[in-house]
Design a protein around this ligand. Sequence first.
Ligand SMILES: Cc1cc2nc3c(=O)[nH]c(=O)nc-3n(C[C@H](O)[C@H](O)[C@H](O)COP(=O)(O)OP(=O)(O)OC[C@H]3O[C@@H](n4cnc5c(N)ncnc54)[C@H](O)[C@@H]3O)c2cc1C
Length: 431
Amino acid sequence: MSWDFETEPEFQAKLDWMRWFIDEEIVPLEPVLDDIPLDEWKAAREHLRSQVKEQGLWGAFLDPALGGAGFGQLKLALMSEIIGRSMVSMSVFGVQAPDSGNMELLAHGATPEQKDRWLWPNLRGELSSAFALTEPFNAGADPTVISTSAVRDGDEWVINGHKWFITNASSADFTLVFAETNPDSRPHRHASIFVVPAGTPGMEVLRDVGTMSHTHVEQGRPGNHSEVVFVDCRVPADHLIGRPGDGFVLAQRRLGGGRIHHAMRWLGQSQRALDIMCERAVSRRSHGKLLAQHQMIQEYVARSHMEIQAARLVTFHTAWKMDRLGAAEVRAELGMVKALVSQTVLAVLDRTIQVCGALGYSADLPVEAWYRSTRFGPIGDGPDELHRSVLARHILKGYSPVEGWPSEHIPSRRPAAEAKWAQLRAAAGVV
Ligand SMILES: Cc1cc2nc3c(=O)[nH]c(=O)nc-3n(C[C@H](O)[C@H](O)[C@H](O)COP(=O)(O)OP(=O)(O)OC[C@H]3O[C@@H](n4cnc5c(N)ncnc54)[C@H](O)[C@@H]3O)c2cc1C
């Protein structure tokens, strides 16, 4: 029986280093991060990245079979929880979305030449990428319906369409564009994925969209979400990833482990929020006692801790299963992890704001900003409703209809129960 919650000492040492590095070198910068000019931050980030690389912790999400350092999902889950303590750490460790998902897609679908051109430079941090699926006039939750098309013309593909909310499209070196090539093969073989390098004529970034996280965006800043149009945008034939019609399957590739990493980062953020809640609760007095002595505040603390621990275990278990069985076998569980944890983190952040009162609502604490940026969780990457629906259908597959009374109907079960009892009485010699 091996069912073990211990971390091997060598890897624990890596985790301890990560915790130290993030808490000592990154978290203290947070109050000034938004003021740092982008070029200065990029130079400083290289300095931080070099330390991560020295530890062998850079870009650790890609399996060795796919050319990465290959930690496996369970270890990545533990790492992601620490990275979630400060989300800016993602780019310091080379695991930032959407690059990490895009690299998984390229690792699975690209030719060796395409990998040399886009994957390995992306993995080394020399190139950055975006992924363009969502459209303003079709439901992003349903990628079987898109209006963006790509048509073969000689040695080129010609892309026309309108995308929006494309993270990093205004700053990335290339964008992976999801476009319909085989309209007769809907729903799942209709689309393909193309690499569109930045500056390709016909690709125009209309604007970076203001959000509840950043209402006033600085155009072109990494992390922004762009509205993009493609008007007769031509790319060479070798910019198609995989075969025509592979787009849907490849797009799924980028979501597997990413859901675990997102979830664990949110749980790292949840724990930091709970620390803020608890510190305030033991520091602030109201009606003659500490907040921590009010039962409702105790309820917030206990509930938050319980929810975080339950969500961690669900996520670790899914990561463990994914390492053993592969992403396809745990598809419903990956959606469950995403839908569960996106709710958990928001609930904990919300309670933290509540316990901190006006201070919690203010920008003097980081929680309100975390809440605003993390609020995308239940929407992005497929809305939670969809994941719950997939999970429910997966669960329901294990059940068959019965005629008449339910199989647990007590009066119907009684005759069999009496016979069983008679057998047991006889076997046990009960007189
Ligand atoms: C911060 C952020 C970053 C993003 N980055 C990218 C990116 O880089 N690239 C990209 O392509 N997209 C990106 N997106 C878009 C994201 O993937 C979509 O927002 C998401 O798929 C939902 O699509 P939608 O916004 O069109 O909402 P819709 O599909 O219109 O759905 C709206 C709501 O309808 C409900 N709903 C939809 N379908 C169902 C269903 N089957 N069952 C029950 N209820 C349902 C849900 O409540 C859902 O929230 C990003 C979004 C955000 C918020």
